[in-house]
Ligand binder design. Structure first.
Ligand code: IPD
Ligand code: CA
Ligand code: CA
Length: 263
């Protein structure tokens, strides 16, 4: 295993343990609202500090981009961290949340870890070496028809224009697929696409820390990741569409028409 992946895993496991230990005390946890439906708790902050500490102990010169504490460092190696993805779920005891950690070198994603501490599912990828769940190789689904497909998505909040666009895409996809899930932790949605549990996923308004690790996992699992309009700027725009190549092609066409027709 690549030593940098190893450090990412160590950090994710430590944060996961801290999160689970705090689950019983959710009523005593200090919470603040960053924006509409956007919460942060002291558990997010403590988990993030623990991750950063673990990484910097091993790689003191590396840069960090973390959801709660922002950007630091000037190195070409940048760790992109979501210490607790699915905070709203966590605060409600809804068992769907994860730690997401990626390492980028220059513009290239090199390592990815997504850890679900409740199920103890560890999703990992190193560029060029495939995607794994608990050391078992995973691949995106082979489904060829949208008709039987299970898709994941997320609701955009804090932006009524995005919500309108999202509803248009939902209205189009809902009747022609087997089902749509909104589980509330984008990193796990992406890990589920990588492992074939979901046939595809789309969401508007995500952040780099929601997307980075999941993107590499899906690519290493043989899937396609683009923006909803098939562009390359999804990390910046946060509008993401992913599936296997066949379904992705179909989804791009359908969503393009949906967004024009429903305007
Ligand atoms: C959120 C989750 C959710 C997605 C939101 C994210 P957070 O992350 O990934 O599924 O729909 O856009 O902000 O705030 O719980 O880390
Ligand atoms: Ca997140
Ligand atoms: Ca988070």
């Amino acid at each position: 295993m690549h030593p940098m992946l190893n450090i990412g895993i160590r950090a994710a496991r430590a944060a996961g343990e801290l999160i689970v230990r705090n689950m019983d005390q959710v009523t005593d946890i200090q919470i603040s609202e960053k924006g509409l439906h956007d919460y942060v708790s002291e558990v997010d902050r403590k988990a993030e500090a623990l991750i950063i500490d673990t990484i910097l102990k091993a790689y003191p010169r590396h840069s960090i981009l973390a959801e709660e504490s922002g950007h630091s460092g000037t190195s070409d190696y940048q760790w992109i961290i979501d210490p607790l993805d699915g905070t709203t779920n966590f605060l409600h005891g809804f068992p769907q949340f994860a730690v997401s950690i990626a390492l980028k070198h220059g513009d290239t994603l090199e390592q990815a870890v997504i850890y679900d501490p409740l199920r103890q599912e560890l999703f990992t990828a190193t560029r060029g070496s495939g995607a794994y769940m608990n050391n078992r190789r995973v691949r995106v689904s082979k489904r060829k028809e949208l008709g039987g497909a299970l898709l994941g998505t997320g609701f955009p909040f804090g932006n009524s224009f995005k919500l309108e666009v999202f509803i248009n895409t939902f209205r189009t996809l809902f009747p022609i697929t087997a089902g749509i899930r909104r589980a509330g932790a984008a990193s796990l949605d992406l890990a589920y696409v990588a492992s074939g549990r979901l046939d595809g996923f789309w969401e508007f308004g995500l952040k780099p820390w929601d997307l980075a690790a999941g993107t590499l996992l899906i690519q290493e699992a043989g899937g396609i990741v683009t923006s909803v309009n098939n562009g390359a700027d999804y990390m910046k725009s946060g509008n993401v569409l992913t599936a296997n190549a066949k379904l992705h092609e179909e989804l791009v066409k359908i969503l393009a028409t949906a967004m024009i027709e429903n305007k």
